[in-house]
Write a protein that binds this ligand. Sequence first.
Ligand code: PLP
Length: 402
Amino acid sequence: MRTRTKLVNLGRNPQRFEGVVNTPIVRGSTLLSPTLAHWQEKNRQHAADEFGASIYGRFGTATHHALQEALTELSGGYRTMLYPSGLAALANVLTALVEAGDHILLTDSAYAATSQFLQTTLARFNVSFTRYAPGIGAEIRELIQPNTRVVLVESPGSETFELQDIPAIAKEAHAAGAFVVMDNTWATPLFFDAFKHGVDVAVQAATKYIVGHSDAMLGVATCNQRAWPAIRDSSQNFGQTCSPDDAYLALRGLRTMEVRLRQHWASGVQVAQWLESRPEVERVLHPALPSHPDHELWKRDFTGAPGLFAMALKPIPEQALHAFIDALQLFGLGVSWGGYESLALPFSPVGREYTAWPYAGPGVRLHIGLEDPLDLIADLENGFIAIQNSQASLRQEEVVLA
Ligand SMILES: *Cc1c(COP(=O)(O)O)cnc(C)c1O
């Protein structure tokens, strides 16, 4: 099956549920057995394969297992664990793979909450970490210590959108016996085949493109066979689970994911190219544009680009940035992304060692949703007019004050 056919068919077995097309929401804590022999047999099956039989709601019901199977098959991994958020997935995966005294290599462009977790929680358990420049490639070899257990990659990086040479990094990490954990939320398995590129654990905030409608929090970690036992055991020890309702929303999101992502991609590139022509914009940071410094890597390793990218505006007073954002009618102002709706969020990267913001003006992260891109362009144009008006009124105030 090709990807689109997989997305329609994975995790569904209508005959098991009275013929309904979608795997239903199976709510349950207690799962009853009619006889002790049945109970013992189910426990044996569960011990042999945690997806072989459900014995308790915390280990998932048919809804969870359908999503886990679908994600595993879609990503080409071995098994998938579910978590109540993307951050919970990252925190649990990192915790599962290390012990006191171990060391983690972290891309400087990582999602800020991932860095925070290493800096605060894991540090309390004597797990140290070193940041590395996202473009490091095979030279990561020089940063690997005897106790390095995990190399965390995220490509493109949060906010700044640097790509990473993941096969080169994975080769060095594996030579040293370390695991490669990737935050693959941006590309998803549709646009980046993590396992083919040497990743051991592919984490996604399913909150974003898998759910796709801004109405649930969910994290997933798909593992290869080497990483799975540690991640399963540790995550189960922490009692990690998610609601069957949210698993259902993720399954429903999968059905349309390819169609949505293809549109996010096309519209995103259209808006990004228009922005490149605007005098108010210093730089557009979109890996699918030839102007992106890592565009060749994108062409080599990725099969698409979703709707999330950033731009650096030319320097403007704070008041003009407010005027720009407040003038936008179609772009919502808020965190997260990956829903059907467009978002615009000013940012300035903090806590970075290697990837300081080199632009004098502010950064704005854009999520291009499923609206007509021409309407989005018109909305941004209104925003730019608001910048000009704000600067004109500032100049008038100066004249009056003078
Ligand atoms: C949103 C996000 C996360 C965290 O996911 P939550 O579901 O919000 O916890 C992790 N990594 C990246 C790249 C994200 O964008």
